[in-house]
Design a protein around this ligand. Structure first.
Ligand SMILES: Nc1ncnc2c1ncn2[C@@H]1O[C@H](COP(=O)(O)OP(=O)(O)OP(=O)(O)O)[C@@H](O)[C@H]1O
Length: 274
């Protein structure tokens, strides 16, 4: 196991992302579609914050506005006190290197080996061959893929593909990881392994993680705080346990109810609670 360092310090309570009155409308063939309707959100440095919401609530749009893969209509986005919406193209490219992103569909290059998938962000940032090799080997070891570097994505399981996605997102040593439904395509056991990996990386490096998901159990497993997104608005936020046991919104309540029903069913299946 390689030695993990905390490159960015470990102050837990400092705000790392600040989002104020964020709006985003898509143009569609029929009518404009307002997807974000005044988002206000704070993510603390070094935490894993969960964002939960039903399909279409605007979760991916919100994540993509943070690294400006989407340009919001108005509002403010600060990452590490940098005003993301005011950056020039060049400045944005530089800041984006400090923000990794992982996806439900992994988004790997099928024609590149694991090594080349992981090395890609370093290649486009102009790192030397020696630096690339060092960082790829370190990151592959961190995610448990040292023995898969010459394999193509087609020869990997879903969990291994997501590990490649995580390694590629981390190889530039970002301060922030945006995780957009990263475990939604995985079976429950693999989901736990990936969540354990994210928790381990968070603990070891102090990286801030924004975990977007529609799976309450994933949030319950990995996060201390969460926010509920409904129809383009954050309708409640706070400690996971508080929202889970005493939800103040319809969406929060529905997620908690489904989770509890599922838990009851699992206990019955395992012969507990009878
Ligand atoms: N590029 C786009 N152009 C037009 N409409 C879009 C675009 N991207 C997303 N939308 C629409 O915006 C709404 C919110 O989409 P978004 O992907 O942000 O939601 P989500 O909460 O992440 O949903 P899911 O969990 O299903 O991925 C949806 O109605 C979607 O169809």
């Amino acid at each position: 196991m390689i030695r993990l360092v905390k490159p960015y310090g470990s102050c837990i309570m400092e705000d790392y992302i600040k989002i104020k009155d964020l709006y985003k409308t898509y143009s569609t063939q029929s009518a404009p579609l307002e997807v974000l309707k005044g988002i206000n959100l704070t993510v603390r440095k070094g935490e894993i914050l969960g964002i939960i919401g039903f399909s279409g609530a605007g979760k991916s749009t919100l994540a993509r506005c943070i690294n400006r893969l989407e340009n919001p209509d108005r509002g403010e986005v600060y990452v590490n006190d940098i005003d993301i919406l005011k950056l020039s193209k060049q400045e944005l490219l530089k800041e984006r290197r400090k923000i990794g992103m992982i996806f439900q569909t992994f988004n790997l290059f099928e024609a590149k080996t694991v090594y080349r998938n992981i090395s890609y962000p370093l290649e486009i940032s102009g790192a030397s061959k020696a630096e690339i090799k060092k960082r790829v080997l370190e990151t592959a070891e961190l995610v448990g893929l040292s023995d898969k570097l010459t394999v193509y994505p087609g020869g990997l399981s879903g969990g291994q593909k997501q590990r490649v996605g995580i390694a590629r997102a981390l190889v530039n040593q970002p301060h922030l990881l945006l995780s957009d439904e990263a475990t939604s395509a995985l079976d429950p056991q693999t989901t736990l392994q990936i969540l354990d990996l994210l928790k381990e990386i968070n603990k070891a490096t102090g990286i801030t993680i924004l975990m977007i998901t529609h799976e309450l159990d994933a949030i319950k497993y990995a996060c201390e705080r969460m926010a509920v997104l409904e129809d383009g608005r954050i309708i409640e936020s706070g400690a996971v346990n508080d929202i889970f046991h005493n939800p103040h919104s319809r969406t929060g309540g529905l997620f908690a109810k489904v989770f509890l029903e599922f838990q009851k069913y699992e206990e019955l299946e395992n012969g507990q609670g009878i």
